[in-house]
Every structure is written in structure tokens, then in C-alpha cells.
Design a protein around this ligand. Structure first.
Ligand code: SF4
Length: 159
């Protein structure tokens, strides 16, 4: 690829879950690198802005696994849902902080869309975990981005 094509001047920017790009940001310290995502960005001439809402919130890596005990990301934003760690601690406040940080980066980098990791309590686009069960819903960051008019897709939408 021509390097020139990837400059922000010539390319639309897009927020991308850092783990999909190959960064070891997941709760278990691993990555979810997706060649399909990298190919998509190249094909569409998009400049990725890597974000990990949970790291941006100040959480460590590795960290405890989090899932919803009630509702999803939309419900957490309105105070009607609960995200908890595997130790049973409420994660609502820290997940909301990560969502706000991510939205701030979207503004700074001119992103109007985002490509996010499916199933995550922060980044899920179509599904999240309610306890052990996969259910329809969005992550906390996804919900805030949607509320702010940013289009979101997951890695499953580009296959
Ligand atoms: S918060 Fe999002 S970017 Fe960070 S590891 Fe989880 S899915 Fe990936």
C-alpha cells in the first residue's frame, strides 16, 4: 500500500477496538487480532484510531472479567443496568469513564464511525454477556458512541 494513502489528510479515520488490531489489551492480556479487520481497513482506505475503553478508564491488563448482571450498555448509561466483575464488584462507573474517554478520542480524531469487538461489555455491537449467556445488546462504550451519532459495526459485519 502507498504510505501516502494512509495519512489522515487523505483517509477517513475510524475508531477500532485495539484488540482487533493486534494489541494485547484484553482482560486476559491477549489480543483478538483479526486479519479481516486489517484487510477491511486497507481496502476501505480507513485510518484506524486504536482504542481500548477499559484501558483508557485506567484498568490494568490483565484484569478481572466483566459481564452484565442486568441490562446492557444502554441500561448502564441510564442507571438501569449493572456491569459486574467476576468478583462481584460494580463496574458501572469505570466502564462509563472508559466510554467517555473513547468518545473524547473520537472527537479529537474526527471519527464518525467505529469498528468494535463483538460480545465485549464495553465494545459489543450486537451481543453482550448477561452472566454466562450471550444476549442481544450493546456494550457501554458502544451505547455512548451510538447516543453521540457515531455509526458502529463489529468485526462480524465486515465478513
Ligand atoms: S475493551 Fe474493547 S478494545 Fe479493550 S480489550 Fe475489550 S473489546 Fe478489546
Amino acid at each position: 500500500m502507498d504510505k501516502e494513502e494512509l495519512t489522515p489528510k487523505n483517509c477517513e479515520t475510524i475508531l477500532v477496538s485495539a484488540c482487533l488490531l493486534g494489541l494485547p489489551t484484553r482482560y486476559d492480556g491477549k489480543t483478538k487480532r483479526s486479519q479481516e479487520v486489517l484487510d477491511y481497513l486497507q481496502r476501505e482506505k480507513l485510518t484506524p484510531i486504536p482504542v481500548c475503553p477499559e484501558q483508557l478508564a485506567g484498568m490494568t491488563t490483565p484484569r478481572d472479567k466483566t459481564f452484565f448482571q442486568s441490562g446492557d450498555g444502554r441500561a448502564v448509561l441510564t442507571g438501569n443496568g449493572e456491569a459486574v466483575s467476576e468478583k462481584g464488584l460494580s463496574m458501572n462507573a469505570i466502564f462509563c469513564r472508559g466510554a467517555k474517554m473513547t468518545l473524547e478520542i473520537a472527537g479529537l480524531s474526527g471519527c464518525r464511525r467505529a469498528l468494535l469487538k463483538e460480545g465485549s461489555p464495553s465494545c459489543g455491537v450486537h451481543r453482550v454477556y448477561l452472566g454466562e449467556e450471550k444476549v442481544a445488546g450493546v456494550g457501554v462504550t458502544s451505547a455512548l458512541l451510538l447516543n453521540s451519532g457515531i455509526d458502529i459495526i463489529s468485526e462480524e459485519d465486515i465478513k
